[in-house]
Ligand binder design. Structure first.
Ligand code: ADP
Ligand code: 5GP
Length: 201
């Protein structure tokens, strides 16, 4: 019997290194899918439609909200982001594991509406380290960096209801931890028994 695809929900304050870590993991697990969100945020240099996000207008986003197509959506730092129900249902029914890179407001909605999600929160080693990373990324102005650090302080409190917390100090170690969580979740007793057809024992 085929298992339902697993849902990994990964959240982190902006600048923590989530994109860096997820890229590494995606290379390691070619069979894991990555959910492409819809957003009203304009693309950053180098970002591509349909690869990083589906970039849509606030009006289009509002229409999608009203049609009920989102499994979750939230406003983050002035822009709206959402994951469609279809993308989750499709992966789950095909037995494909799916990673959602979403904020804690969205993660909370997923926890309320779907069973069996694996919730992973990535923390920076300190707020000072986070500030340095945002500077190094070179995308934001000084004021935006201060705003992101202030928001991160609030966002980090949400880590307490996630299943796993990874502190992204050394990137190789954090990537190893993320991989280990994915592997361990695949080895959970009930999943393995179902996969090998012994779940009725
Ligand atoms: P996020 O997706 O969480 O906003 P990024 O992956 O874009 O963050 O990382 C923000 C910046 O921090 C990038 O310049 C990245 O190279 C750097 N970075 C990521 N992880 C680490 C780490 N463990 N140590 C130092 N710098 C890091
Ligand atoms: P960024 O604009 O830096 O790509 O993302 C900003 C924040 O929005 C990140 O915390 C990211 O996880 C979150 N985000 C991206 N897509 C979604 C989504 O579909 N839903 C929710 N709730 N948050 C999202």
């Amino acid at each position: 019997m085929r298992n339902e695809g697993l849902l990994y929900i990964v959240s982190a304050p902006s600048g923590t290194g989530k994109t860096t870590l997820l890229r590494g993991v995606m290379d390691y697990f070619p069979d894991v899918s990555f959910s492409i969100s819809y957003t009203t945020r304009p693309p950053r240099p180098g970002e591509r439609e349909g690869e990083d996000y589906h970039f849509i207008s606030p009006q289009q986003f509002q229409q999608m909200v009203e049609k009920g197509v989102f499994a979750e959506w939230a406003e983050v730092l002035g822009n709206r982001y959402g994951t469609t129900l279809d993308s989750i249902r499709e992966s789950r029914s095909q037995g494909v594991d799916l990673i959602l890179d979403i904020d804690s407001q969205g993660a909370r909605q997923i926890k309320e509406h779907f069973n069996g999600g694996v919730f992973i929160f990535i923390l920076p080693p300190s707020l000072e380290a986070l500030k340095q990373r945002l500077k190094a990324r070179g995308v934001d102005e000084r004021e935006m960096i201060q705003f992101r650090v202030a928001k991160a302080r609030d966002e980090m409190k949400q880590a307490r209801w996630y299943n796993y917390i990874i502190v992204n100090d050394r990137v190789e170690e954090a990537a190893e931890q993320l991989k280990s969580i994915i592997i361990a979740e695949r080895c959970r007793r009930e999943r393995v028994l179902k996969r090998i057809g012994l779940s009725k024992l």
